[in-house]
Design a binder for this molecule. Structure first.
Ligand code: CTP
Length: 456
C-alpha cells in the first residue's frame, strides 16, 4: 500500500490514537498492527473509526499501558482470550508524536478528543474448529495465523504500526487484489462450515460495497447451506449478524440476496420474502426517512428493528414469539416486535374511525414505540391512517398539560391513582380542543376532583 494514500489521510484525532498505540507498543517491544474492517475501509477510502489492533504478544498489557497514558479510559480485559477493550471517555487528550517525516524528527502532537472511543486489542491467535459451527479452540499464534482465521480476504489484511515499518500493508492472502476486483473470497474451503454466520457476512459485505461473492466462495456457501449449516449456528451469533444486516444502508437488498442464496428458514421455518414483504420493506425505508427528516431532534429510531418488523411481518404471532424466544432478543426489542404483531385490522379500523378524535388516536398510538408506529404507517397506506399518524407525531405527541400534582394537592386530593386518571382526562380534553388555557385546565380539574371526592 502506498503509505501516503492511507494512514496520513485519516482524521487527525484517529491518527493521534494510532501514534500513541505505536509509541506504547514500541516502548513495550510489542509488534502491533491495525487489522480487519478498519484496514479494508482504509484501502477503500470509506470512513471507519473502529480501531482494531492485533499484537503479536501481550495485547492486554499493551491496552493497559495505552489506557494509562490516556488517563480517561477504562479497560475491560478478557484474559482467557488475550483480548482487551479500551473505552475512552469524551473530552480526553492525547499527547504523542506525529508520524516522522522521512529523515525528519517526529513532531509533538496534542489533540483534545470530543467523542468517546473504543479500541479493541487482541493477542494474535490461531483458531481450530473442533466441529462445524462450534466455538473454536484458540492457541497463541503469529500475525499470519491471526489473519488466516478470519472470514474473507478483504478482512484479512493488516497495516503495521511499528516505528520502522509504519503504514506498511501486510497482505498474505490477496485481499488488496480482491478489493480492487470487488470480490468476496473466503480463505479456505471449510470457512462457512466452521462459522456459518459468515454466510450472512458474505452477503452483507457484498451488498454494502456492491461486490460479488466470487464463484468458488459461492459454491462453498451453497454447499454449507445444503448441509443446513445455518441451523447449527448459535442463535445468539446469528441474531448479532442478522441485526447487523438490518443495520446496513439498504437492508432490503441484503435480505433479498440472503433469501435467494440461503432461504430464511433458519430464522423461522415458514419464513419467506415474498413480493408483499419486499414492498413493505421499501415502504419502511421511506417512512424511516420521513421520520428522520421531519423530526431530527426526537429520539433516535432503532431503524434495524423497524426493518425486522417488516421481515417478520408474514409470520403468525405464534411464529414471531418463537423467533423472539430462539434469538433471545432483549426485553424491549421483544416487546416492540410482539406489539407490532398484535396490531390487526381492527386497530387499523379504529385509527381510521377516530380520525376526528385526537384523544382516541393518542390513546391508540401513545402506548406504542415509535418503531412500531412507523411500521404501521408503512403497512397501512391509506390516507386516513397516514394523516392520523402524521398528526400524532406532529401535534398530539408534543402536547402537555399545564396543571400538575401541586394543583391537585391544593384542591385537597391526596396523591394516588386518581391523579393519573385526572391528568389523562385533562389531556384528552386538551387534545380534542375542548379546553385551551391553564385557567380552563384548572376549572376542569376542580370539577374532576369534586367528582373523585364525591365518589369516595
Ligand atoms: N471476523 C471473522 N469472522 C466473523 C466475524 C468477524 O473473521 N464471523 C473478523 C473479520 O476479520 C472482521 C473482524 O473480525 O473484519 C472484525 O469483525 P466485525 O467488527 O464484525 O467486522 P468489520 O469487518 O469491522 O465490519 P463492519 O464494517 O460491519 O463493522
Amino acid at each position: 500500500m502506498d503509505r501516503k494514500h492511507s494512514l496520513d489521510k485519516l482524521p487527525q484525532d484517529i491518527r493521534s490514537l494510532i501514534y500513541l498505540v505505536r509509541d506504547t507498543a514500541a516502548k513495550k517491544n510489542i509488534s502491533a498492527y491495525l487489522v480487519g474492517g478498519f484496514v479494508r475501509d482504509l484501502l477503500l477510502g470509506v470512513e471507519n473509526l473502529d480501531l482494531d489492533i492485533v499484537a503479536e504478544s501481550d495485547a492486554i498489557g499493551l491496552a493497559g499501558e495505552f489506557a494509562r497514558r490516556i488517563g480517561a479510559a477504562e479497560v475491560v480485559r478478557h484474559k482467557r482470550f488475550g483480548t482487551a477493550t479500551v473505552r475512552i471517555r469524551p473530552g480526553f487528550k492525547v499527547d504523542t508524536f506525529a508520524a516522522p517525516k522521512p529523515r525528519g524528527k517526529p513532531t509533538p502532537l496534542s489533540i483534545n478528543h470530543e467523542r468517546s472511543r473504543r479500541i479493541d486489542f487482541s493477542t494474535a491467535r490461531k483458531e481450530f474448529y473442533p466441529a462445524p459451527a462450534r466455538l473454536p479452540e484458540v492457541s497463541p499464534g503469529n500475525l499470519r495465523d491471526d489473519l488466516f482465521r478470519r472470514d474473507f480476504t478483504i478482512n484479512a489484511m493488516a497495516v503495521s504500526i511499528a516505528r520502522d515499518s509504519f503504514g506498511r500493508l501486510v497482505d498474505f492472502f490477496g485481499g488488496k487484489a480482491d478489493l480492487e476486483q470487488k470480490k468476496i473470497r473466503i480463505l479456505h474451503d471449510l470457512s462457512f462450515r466452521d462459522d456459518p454466520t459468515r454466510i450472512l457476512r458474505a452477503v452483507r459485505f457484498e451488498q454494502r460495497y456492491n461486490f460479488r461473492i466470487e464463484p468458488g466462495t459461492l459454491r462453498r456457501l451453497k454447499e454449507a447451506v445444503k448441509l443446513k449449516a445455518l441451523f447449527d449456528a448459535g442463535p445468539h451469533r446469528l441474531r448479532g449478524e442478522l441485526i447487523l444486516s438490518l443495520k446496513e444502508r439498504s437492508p432490503l437488498k441484503g435480505i433479498k440476496r440472503l433469501s435467494g442464496l440461503a432461504g430464511l428458514q433458519f430464522i423461522s421455518p415458514g419464513l419467506k420474502f415474498p413480493a408483499g414483504a419486499q414492498e413493505l420493506m421499501r415502504a419502511i425505508a421511506k417512512e424511516i426517512a420521513w421520520f428522520k427528516e421531519r423530526y431530527p431532534r426526537r429520539r433516535e429510531l432503532d431503524s434495524w428493528l423497524v426493518y425486522c418488523l417488516g421481515l417478520l411481518d408474514p409470520l403468525s404471532l405464534r411464529a414471531v414469539a418463537g423467533v423472539c424466544a430462539k434469538f433471545a432478543f432483549r426485553r424491549g426489542e421483544e416487546k416492540r416486535i410482539l406489539d407490532y404483531k398484535k396490531i390487526n385490522h381492527k386497530f387499523a379500523a379504529d385509527l381510521r374511525k377516530y380520525r376526528q378524535r385526537p384523544s382516541r388516536i393518542f390513546a391508540l398510538l401513545e402506548p406504542l414505540a415509535y418503531e412500531v408506529t412507523i411500521a404501521v404507517k408503512a403497512k397501512y397506506r391509506d390516507r386516513p391512517i397516514q394523516e392520523a399518524i402524521a398528526d400524532f407525531f406532529e401535534i398530539y405527541n408534543g402536547i402537555c398539560i399545564a396543571v400538575g400534582g401541586d394543583d391537585l394537592c391544593r384542591l385537597g386530593l391526596s396523591p394516588g391513582p386518581a391523579y393519573r386518571k385526572i391528568f389523562s382526562k385533562v389531556l384528552s380534553a386538551k387534545l380534542d380542543g375542548r379546553i385551551k388555557s391553564k385557567e380552563e385546565e384548572l376549572s376542569l380539574i376542580r370539577q374532576l376532583v369534586k367528582e373523585e371526592q364525591g365518589d369516595v
